[in-house]
Design a protein around this ligand. Structure first.
Ligand code: HEM
Length: 362
C-alpha cells in the first residue's frame, strides 16, 4: 500500500507536472497568439488610421523631415537644400515714404536703403537648367542700425496649401511623379487659387521680368502699434527682350547683362488686407480690389556668383523682421523659419569641414 501510495503520489506528481506543462504551453501559445493577434490588429488599425486620416489632422512635420525630403539623395553638400541654384546681387530700395503712415520700419522712411539679395530657382540642384525652372525667386536682406529684415519671395502669389503638413505631402506627391500630384490637388480644394495662377502663368526668359510675391502675410505696425496685415509684390519695370542665352545658366547670364545696362528695377507694391481677408492662410488670394500702396523702387546694381558673393552666407529666414513689422500666425512661416535654419546648419557645417580640408566641400 505504502509502495502503491508512493507510486500513486509519484504518478499524481507526474500527472500534475504534465498538466502543469500543458497549461504552461497553452498559456505561452495563447499569449503568443494574443500578442501576434493584437499586433496584427494594431498594425492593421494603424494603417487604416494612417491612410484614412484627413491630411490636415496632423501638422507635426519637423524641419529635419522637410530638409531630408527637399535635399534629395544624394544631396549637394555646401549648398542650400532648396533654391540651391542662384546668384548674389546687391542694390538699393528707393523708398517714397508712403508706408510710414503704417509702419515704423526704417526701410520705409523716404530715402535710399541698400540691400544684399539673391535670385534663384526652386529645387535642390545647384547645376539645374534655369530656363525650365517653373518657380523663380528673389530674396533681400536689409540692415538698418542693429536690425535686419530678410525677405524671400517666389513667383506664385499664393501657396497651394495652407499648412506645413499638407505642403510636405505636396512635395512627396511631386517627388512620386506620375498622377500623384493630380491626386493630391483633387484632395485639396484650397489649391484652386494656386492652380488658377499656374494655368495663367508662363515663365519669362528673364529673372528681371518676373513678379515676385511675399505669399505669406505680415503685419505693419505704426507708432501707436496699430497693425495692418499686408502682402507684397515686386513688379518688374524692365523692358522685355529675347534671352540670347540657351545654356543651363541662361537666366543668370541674361541678368548679368541687364545689370550692366542698369535695367533691373522693380516697383515694390503692398496690398492691404481688408477685415474679411484671412492673413493666416497663404493659399487664398485676396480680392483684386484691395487697396495697394506703391512703396518705391528696387534697383539692382551689382551681381556676384553665389559662392563668392555676400548672399551665400545669409539665411533669408522670413521671421527675421525689424521694428515696424511682425509675423502673422500663418503656420507656414514658422515651418519656413525652422527649415531654413536646418538647411543653413547643414550647409554651414559642410562648408566648414570643406575649409578644414575634409571631404564634404564643393
Ligand atoms: C513650409 C514651406 C517651406 C519650406 C519648408 C521651405 C524650405 C526652404 C529651404 C530649406 C530653403 C533653403 C534655405 C537656406 O539654406 O538658406 C528655402 C529657400 C527659399 N525659400 Fe522656402 N520653403 C517654404 C516655403 C516658401 C515660401 C512660401 C516661399 C515664398 C514666399 C519661399 C521662398 C524661398 C526662397 C526665395 C528661398 C531662397 C532664399 C535664398 O536665396 O537663400 N519658401 N526654402
Amino acid at each position: 500500500m505504502a509502495v502503491h501510495k508512493r507510486v500513486g503520489t509519484r504518478q499524481r506528481s507526474l500527472l500534475s507536472q504534465a498538466r502543469f506543462n500543458e497549461v504552461f504551453i497553452f498559456m505561452i501559445r495563447y499569449s503568443l497568439a494574443r500578442f501576434y493577434g493584437i499586433s496584427a490588429f494594431v498594425a492593421w488599425y494603424g494603417a487604416v488610421l494612417f491612410l484614412t486620416q484627413p491630411a490636415q489632422a496632423s501638422t507635426k512635420v519637423t524641419a529635419q523631415q522637410f530638409v531630408d525630403l527637399q535635399q534629395g539623395q544624394p544631396h549637394f553638400p555646401g549648398f542650400r537644400r532648396a533654391h540651391a541654384k542662384g546668384v548674389c546681387v546687391s542694390g538699393e530700395f528707393v523708398s517714397n515714404g508712403s508706408l510710414t503712415h503704417y509702419s515704423d520700419a526704417e526701410v520705409f522712411s523716404a530715402g535710399v536703403h541698400p540691400f544684399i539679395g539673391r535670385f534663384s530657382i526652386a529645387g535642390n540642384n545647384p547645376h539645374a537648367d534655369e530656363l525650365s525652372a517653373p518657380v523663380r525667386s528673389f530674396a533681400l536682406s536689409f540692415v538698418t542700425g542693429s536690425e535686419r529684415w530678410n525677405i524671400a519671395m517666389n513667383t506664385p502669389p499664393v501657396m497651394a496649401v495652407s499648412n506645413p503638413h499638407d505642403f510636405y505631402q505636396q512635395l512627396v506627391a511631386i517627388k512620386q511623379g506620375g498622377d500623384a500630384i493630380k491626386t493630391f490637388f483633387a484632395k485639396h480644394p484650397e489649391s484652386a487659387d494656386f492652380l488658377a495662377w499656374k494655368a495663367s502663368y508662363t515663365p519669362t526668359e528673364s529673372l528681371a521680368l518676373e513678379t515676385y510675391h511675399s505669399i505669406n502675410a505680415f503685419y505693419l505696425h505704426d507708432a501707436r502699434s496699430n497693425k495692418q496685415a499686408v502682402r507684397w509684390q515686386m513688379l518688374p519695370l524692365g523692358e522685355a527682350s529675347k534671352n540670347p542665352f540657351t545654356d543651363s545658366a541662361a537666366l543668370q547670364k541674361e541678368l548679368a547683362a541687364r545689370i550692366a545696362h542698369g535695367n533691373v528695377r522693380f516697383t515694390w507694391q503692398f496690398t492691404l488686407a481688408a477685415p474679411a481677408d484671412d492673413e493666416n492662410n497663404p493659399a487664398i488670394q485676396w480680392p483684386s480690389n484691395r487697396a495697394q500702396v506703391n512703396a518705391g523702387e528696387i534697383n539692382i546694381t551689382q551681381w556676384q556668383p553665389q559662392l563668392e558673393g555676400a548672399c551665400h552666407a545669409l539665411n533669408f529666414d522670413p521671421l527675421i523682421l525689424p521694428t515696424g513689422l511682425s509675423a502673422t500666425a500663418d503656420p507656414i512661416l514658422r515651418a519656413r523659419s525652422a527649415a531654413y535654419a536646418e538647411s543653413y546648419r547643414r550647409r554651414a557645417k559642410e562648408q566648414l569641414i570643406g575649409a578644414l580640408g575634409g571631404k564634404e566641400s564643393e
